[in-house]
Design a binder for this molecule. Structure first.
Ligand SMILES: [Zn+2]
Length: 237
């Protein structure tokens, strides 16, 4: 699995992830916050100030701790539709974070893309409940075609981009993938790797865009119709 010193993964509420991204020695931004105390604890442990909390979408398990975190740290609260829109670029220190609108899971879902810079070529993508490792979110407020297009947009990012999803459904996603018509040798190998890592208690994230392009069945589905059928089957899996 790829790793990064800049991203701190914070497991919250069972299978949710909140993230801290340190953009310099003393400062960080957070992505989603289902639990204020969990994020505060990690900030304190690492001696970090929090500049902003960026929210991928308005579901309780991603927002429950947001108001309290803002109150306790004085951070800016950045939410889609109110403070940011598609294509906006947010700057923190020397870092630029691009907002990518990805309607599908909810109508106002966004992903946040830390763009490569001259000094750090690594890209980072925080995907909320749009793209998971080996899967994608359920469709609540949009058509399957809209969700499919949103995922294709993410798949077009540079292959080495690190992908940080809002939940750890990795094992379940690859178990599903292994039972579909897309289950080629690469997917079967990936499922075996994930099972082994899971048994060893090792982290199953981050993923990369390249890995998702090769093994995420929702990205392998070619047409909106194929995608919609696959998503329906996964809903019942
Ligand atoms: Zn959600």
């Amino acid at each position: 699995m790829p790793t990064s010193n800049q991203v701190i993964v914070i497991p919250v509420l069972g299978d949710n992830f909140a993230y801290l991204y340190r953009y310099d020695e003393d400062n960080a931004i957070a992505f989603d916050c289902g639990d204020c105390d969990a994020v505060l604890h990690v900030l304190e442990k690492n001696n970090l100030n929090l500049s902003a909390l960026l929210i991928t979408h308005n579901h309780f398990d991603h927002t429950a701790g947001a108001k309290e975190l803002k109150k306790k740290t004085g951070c800016a609260l950045i939410t889609t539709g109110k403070t940011v829109n598609d294509g906006d670029v947010l700057s923190f220190g020397n870092e630029n974070i691009r907002v990518i609108a990805t309607p599908g899971h909810t109508a106002s879902s966004v992903c946040f893309y830390r763009q490569p810079s001259d000094t750090d070529k690594q890209g980072y993508l925080f995907t909320g409940d749009t793209l998971f490792a080996g899967g994608c979110g359920r469709i609540f407020e949009c058509s399957a075609a809209t969700m499919h297009q949103s995922l294709q947009k993410l798949a077009a990012l540079p292959p080495d981009t690190l992908v940080y999803p809002g939940h750890d459904y990795t094992l379940e996603n690859y178990q599903f993938a292994g039972e579909t018509e897309y289950a080629n040798e690469i997917i079967k190998q990936r499922l075996a790797d994930i099972i082994r890592l899971h048994q060893q208690g090792k982290p199953l994230i981050p993923s990369t865009i390249e890995m998702e392009r090769k093994t995420n069945v929702f990205l392998l589905a070619k047409t909106d119709k194929d995608f919609a059928a696959l998503r329906k089957r996964k809903d019942r899996f």
